[in-house]
Design a protein around this ligand. Structure first.
Ligand SMILES: Cc1cc2nc3c(=O)[nH]c(=O)nc-3n(C[C@H](O)[C@H](O)[C@H](O)COP(=O)(O)O)c2cc1C
Length: 167
């Protein structure tokens, strides 16, 4: 079984913490967790199965290390890969651009088999282009307002995606 690459960017540490909790659920031996600023096109290309995680900053923008990595993402051929997206956001403070970073990541990995879409039920926001056909493009976690729901959301998502990730 090959490892899943979990590539993340985190300005304040919340996404990093959530990713560590996800690794605990999926199993430390099954996942290689790498901060995007320490990664490369070659390294990401070496994984068949990936989870990409970013918080949203500015007004619906990618986390800063992901922004720096955008051109590198364009060098990677995602066809034949399976990718799940994980986004952190603040639905109360930024309800009109909620978790939009995963939409920007989605644009970059469109060639992949994208898995792990989730229901928008239980969230309260005004607008988000991370929602397509009434579903989030990945898992959305809100540590600012709903941290009590995070563990259950992670556990359910891990169950949802692990088969497709080869785990
Ligand atoms: C200046 C600033 C801008 C933000 N912009 C957004 C936004 O547009 N959409 C959103 O959902 N969350 C936004 N957030 C909330 C962060 O995404 C959220 O707090 C996240 O948990 C931070 O994760 P990190 O510590 O891993 O970077 C913003 C937060 C700050 C401080």
């Amino acid at each position: 079984m090959s490892k899943v690459g979990l590539i993340y960017g985190s300005d304040g540490g919340m996404t990093e913490d959530v990713c560590k909790r996800l690794v605990n659920i999926l199993g430390e031996d099954n996942v290689e967790m790498i901060e995007v600023c320490d990664s490369s096109a070659d390294q990401i290309s070496s994984f068949d199965n990936l989870i990409l995680a970013s918080s949203t900053w500015g007004s619906g923008d990618l986390q800063s290390d992901w922004e720096d990595f955008e051109d590198t993402l364009d060098e990677i051929d995602f066809s034949g890969k399976t990718v799940a997206l994980l986004g952190l956001g603040d639905q109360d403070g930024y309800g009109d651009t909620f978790a939009e970073a995963i939409s920007l990541l989605h644009d970059k990995v469109k060639a992949a088999n994208i898995i792990g879409q989730t229901s928008t039920e239980g969230y309260d926001y005004e607008e988000s282009n991370a929602v397509v056909d009434d579903m989030f493009l990945g898992l959305v976690i809100d540590e600012d307002n709903q941290d009590d729901l995070t563990d259950d959301r992670l556990a359910a998502w891990a169950d949802q995606i692990k088969g497709d990730l080869g785990l």
